[in-house]
Ligand binder design. Structure first.
Ligand code: PLP
Length: 387
């Protein structure tokens, strides 16, 4: 066992079950281990390295900002944060943005905004937030409670009250929950990522939006994993034709550096006031510079390329041996396998392809711009591993 692996076990908290692989370098669609072996990376650090690892434009943007000012805090103005917020607002119609450092923090902010908006607009007791069963919203105490999966709740209580869980795609249940509870918001992922890469039905998202409008509730989309081009539009809610009040995002936004954003639309743009929220590292100039280089490149042609690559993957796998089903949207894809998913992942790794798990499925999250010949090579290896 290498010293890194040995000391990882000794010094790092036991929260991660790692693959037996030490990555020492990565570039574009490829990662390299400590023995110099090359892997096609269809995992992108769990949907983070949007244009592959260390892509040239991102690297230039980040290193240039690094040499100017790496950090100042939110006590002072900095231009990368403002430019990024403007870009996000112009591309989505959002009015204001709060920057944090992760997906969980983006959701914490969304939840705080919803609660305060509820008090301001409906009354002190309107604190309920409806989320979906099988959802995943993060690992802080509050976002764990927002997560509609009991398995995440054991051992860490007591939790904050006020989260109610509706079955995904059950509009009748949602209606009953909205009418029977004092709520301020409905929050959902358009594609449940950690839940097994399951896209919501269009009718259900439309039903949730209509209920929000009729009952004066905020509609929150958790686009931490689905966002930033991953699902074939800038944000997945756009594919659904929905109009959000709040969008939380992270992961691919930074292209490899930690940043989260909470986008606030007209209804709640001024809900937060001085002192309501904050973050020391939030809006870090280096992370914002990296994010600008990602978001500014997510144009029509790039997104068409995501959809093209998605179609190639779906077409290749739909009738492949060893595949029970393929679900997902854009380049967020889950494969239900005949073999155990863990075994397929190991077989892929042995042959030089990195894929990961989501529940019992094999999950693919390739770079948005993966070269078509590299994708074809990776799919050939995956098909062999699935057999
Ligand atoms: C939909 C969704 N929300 C929130 C999170 C939490 O993000 P982070 O790990 O950056 O806190 C994740 C992470 O997988 C996610 O997929």
């Amino acid at each position: 066992m290498s010293l890194t692996k040995e000391n990882d076990k000794k010094y790092i908290a036991n929260t991660y079950k790692r693959f037996d692989l030490e990555i020492v370098r990565a570039s574009g669609s490829f990662a390299y281990d400590d023995a110099g072996n090359e892997y096609i990376d269809l995992a992108t650090g769990i949907a983070v390295n949007s244009f592959g690892a260390c892509d040239g434009e991102w690297l230039r943007a980040v290193t240039e900002q690094l040499s100017l000012v790496a950090h100042t805090s939110n006590l002072y103005y900095t231009s990368p944060a403002v430019k990024l917020a403007q870009l996000l607002c112009e591309k989505t119609g959002a009015k204001k943005v709060f920057f944090g450092n992760s997906g969980a923090e983006a959701n914490e902010c969304a939840i705080k905004v919803a609660r305060k908006w509820g008090k301001d607009n409906k009354g002190d007791e309107y604190t309920g937030i409806i989320t979906l069963k099988n959802s995943f919203h993060g690992r802080t105490i509050t976002t764990l409670k927002a997560t509609g999966q009991d398995v995440f709740h054991k051992d860490f209580g007591p939790f904050p009250d006020g989260f109610l869980y509706c079955e995904a795609n059950n509009c009748e249940m949602l209606k009953t929950m909205v009418s029977g509870n004092k709520c301020c918001a409905i929050m959902m992922e358009c594609v449940q990522g950690e839940g097994g890469v399951l896209p919501l039905d269009k009718e259900f998202v439309a039903c949730a939006e209509a209920l929000c409008r009729e009952n004066k509730l905020l509609l929150i989309f958790d686009e931490v994993q689905t966002g930033n081009g991953r699902c074939g539009e800038l944000y997945a809610y756009m594919t659904y034709g929905a109009r959000p009040d709040i969008v939380s995002t992270a992961k691919g936004l930074g292209g490899g550096l930690p940043i989260g954003a909470t986008l606030l639309f007209d209804s709640c743009e001024n809900t937060l006031t001085y002192g309501d929220h904050g973050s020391t590292f939030g809006a870090n100039p280096v992370c914002c510079a990296g994010a600008i280089s990602i978001i500014s490149r997510l144009d029509g042609a790039l997104l068409a390329g995501v959809r093209e690559r998605s179609k190639i993957i779906f077409d290749t796998l739909a009738h492949a041996e060893g595949v029970k089903s393929v679900t997902g949207l854009g380049l967020m894809i889950g494969i239900e396998t005949v073999r155990d998913a863990g075994e397929v992942i190991s077989r892929c790794m042995e042959k030089g392809v990195l894929v990961i798990k989501a529940k019992n499925k094999v999950r693919l999250l390739p770079p948005l711009n993966i070269e078509l010949d590299v994708l074809t090579r990776a799919l050939e290896i995956l098909k062999e591993a699935l057999k």
